[in-house]
Design a protein around this ligand. Structure first.
Ligand code: CP
Ligand code: NVA
Length: 328
């Protein structure tokens, strides 16, 4: 298996074997890191990290993964470069690929990262767009493997806005890996017909099941994993909060929902999460709408069944595997 020089833009571009290969490699690199075994196989290489939206996990995961591999990272923050404002994506791609061995991009439309890859001579990685967040899914799947075993046949229920990057990417990932994916949301929050159709075709060859269910109790029965994400994503207008809270409150992950799924059901979230009042936005929403948590209750977030911090750690090991596989 070789993924050398390949871009990592969305999971639809990868086969199940390739995804499994990246997960196996992540496991191997995680063990090396835990055992203090050096793996500086990219010594002397460098990577440009373009962030047009903010980040904690993705940025830190890329920086630490690059450093562990012996690479030099350069972070370009949401306001500190010419990208988009004074210089086109095509020109930026051609400049950066003269200086760097790889480019990561976090930002808005998927077409931007696809364009960057088109004009770049070096591998380009998607660190989150409005449509997809593929490096997150690798971390999620490594975490599910660690806690629940083989991916095939596992039931993952995504609660909330299933038409954005996380819902879309989990649906694609589950289809690729032969899992049972359920999007649980009001109908208008289901993924687009076009993407569903594409995933259904993938599912035919992998044995995956894809379901779209509005009732939370029906959807979560027997789930191995319940997954959620923020109700308003980066780049969306603050004016949508009120409507989202109204529409998605019935889809909050709480103890009743977890109990309905079964005692072994794990709780996952890509993070950051609004589960208490210890954030500025959490406090503002509390003052405006009187709620103390949103997509997940603090009780579930802090429970034994919550594996969100293992999931966050695995961002680094899986991103390292992507760098390794595409650069070595
Ligand atoms: N999950 C995730 O992508 O987190 P950040 O926004 O902190 O990178
Ligand atoms: N849907 C979220 C994911 C954050 C990792 C967002 O785009 O803000």
């Amino acid at each position: 298996m070789s993924l050398k020089n390949k871009d990592f833009l969305k999971l639809l571009d990868f086969s199940s074997d390739e995804i499994n290969y990246l997960l196996d490699l992540s496991k191997e690199l995680k063990e090396k890191k835990k055992n203090g075994i050096a793996h500086r196989v990219c010594e002397g290489k460098s990577i440009a990290l373009i962030f047009e939206k903010t980040s904690t996990r993705t940025r830190c995961a890329f920086e630490v993964a690059a450093a562990d591999l012996g690479m030099h990272p350069t972070y370009l923050d949401p306001s500190g470069s010419q990208i988009g404002k004074k210089e086109s994506i095509a020109d930026t791609a051609r400049v950066l690929s003269r200086m760097y061995d790889a480019i990561e991009y976090r930002g808005f439309g998927q077409e931007i990262v696809e364009d960057l890859a088109k004009y770049s001579d070096v591998p380009v990685y998607n660190g989150l767009t409005n449509e997809f967040h593929p490096t997150q899914i690798l971390a999620d799947f490594l975490t599910i493997r660690e806690h629940c075993g083989e991916l095939k046949g596992k039931k993952l229920v995504y609660m909330g806005d299933a038409r954005y990057n996380m819902g879309n990417s989990l649906m694609v990932g589950c289809a690729k890996m032969g899992m049972h994916f359920v999007a649980c949301a009001p109908k208008k929050h289901f993924p687009s017909d076009e993407l569903v159709k594409e995933c259904m075709t993938v599912a035919e060859s992998t044995g995956a099941t894809l379901e779209f269910i509005e009732d939370p109790m029906t959807a979560t029965k027997g789930a191995d994993v319940i997954y959620t994400d923020v109700w308003v994503s980066m780049g969306e207008s603050d004016s949508v909060w009120e409507e989202r809270i109204k529409e998605l409150s019935p889809y909050q992950v709480n103890k009743a929902l977890m109990d309905n799924a079964g005692e072994n059901c794990k709780f996952m979230h890509c993070l950051p999460a609004f589960h208490d009042l210890k954030t500025t936005i959490g406090k503002e929403i509390n003052e405006k709408f009187g709620i103390t948590c949103m997509e997940v209750t603090d009780e579930v977030f802090e429970s034994e069944n919550s594996i969100v911090f293992d999931e966050a750690e695995n961002r680094m090991h899986t991103i390292k595997a992507v760098l390794y596989a595409t650069l070595v």
